[in-house]
Design a protein around this ligand. Structure first.
Ligand SMILES: [Zn+2]
Ligand SMILES: [Zn+2]
Length: 258
């Protein structure tokens, strides 16, 4: 398996150039990992169209989308009539109630969020996070400390001054690591370790890029991120058998990087 691709790329986040190490996936892996995550074009236009005073929210229960006013603090799904919270939460003291909102959560430095379950659109984490936190969109972590709960987001950013220890597997589409992080990452997209960033832990991802000045230690599996590592290894063995009968081998293998 090739690890570092030849071309140099400019990082869209910080403008530095780096060599992306996104190994080419075999046809089999590629087909199966291209999950239909793309937003349909008309939805994108819908979002642009309604940006000024309205937004489109999806139901937590039936996933049906409908348009709501930016000013609304809650709505009911026209499909199943379920209540949908639209409020933003700013956590400045201890807070333990469950949150499920299409709004945003800001856990401030003095906040202490111990809710078992928090589901929101975007979150900024600067304070103590004890429970689980799931972001439909982005999660920005600016924290020095332990994160014992399950966290997940479409796009996660571990900011420059962060130093976090994640005890549970972190699930993301993409993650940008600019600070220090330890923990296991499962990414259906890309893991990027920026200059000054350090990751200590195992990674299963579609691709990984480590900029000059970024550090990674742990095992790396490039391939189907929706499988556990055990399943990946089993699949690698199956691919090996196929390879014997003439099919090109494209299974990912764990490797070490420093
Ligand atoms: Zn960068
Ligand atoms: Zn619904």
């Amino acid at each position: 398996m090739e690890y570092v691709a030849a071309k140099t790329t400019i990082c869209r986040q910080c403008g530095r150039s780096f060599s992306p190490s996104a190994p080419k996936l075999g046809p089999k892996l590629k087909d199966e990992s291209s999950a239909p995550e793309e937003v349909p074009l008309h939805r994108k236009f819908e979002a642009i169209w309604s940006r000024q005073h309205n937004r489109v929210v999806s139901c937590f229960e039936c996933k049906r989308k409908h348009e709501v006013s930016d000013a609304a603090s809650s709505t009911n799904c026209p499909g199943c009539s379920a209540h949908i919270d639209l409020r933003d939460y700013k956590i400045t003291t201890s807070f333990s109630r469950t949150i499920r909102t299409r709004g945003d959560v800001h856990l401030t430095t003095k906040g202490d969020l111990s809710s078992t379950s928090v589901i929101c659109t975007t979150a900024i984490v600067e304070g103590k996070l004890r429970g689980n936190l799931e972001c439909e969109d982005s999660m920005t972590i600016n924290l020095v400390g332990k994160i014992p709960g399950r966290i997940g987001a479409q796009h996660m950013v571990v900011e420059r001054k962060s130093d976090i220890q994640c005890f549970r597997r972190v699930r993301v589409t993409n993650i940008d690591i600019k600070g220090r992080m330890s923990g296991e990452i499962l990414a259906s997209g890309a893991v990027t370790i920026h200059k000054g960033g350090a990751l200590d832990g195992n990674v299963t991802a579609k691709s990984i890029a480590i900029e000059k000045g970024g550090m990674f230690s742990g095992q790396l599996v490039i391939g189907r991120a929706n499988l556990t590592q055990g399943e990946l290894l089993a699949e690698a063995k199956a691919a090996e058998k196929k390879a014997e009968s003439g099919v090109p081998l494209s299974a990912a293998q764990p490797l070490h990087a420093t």
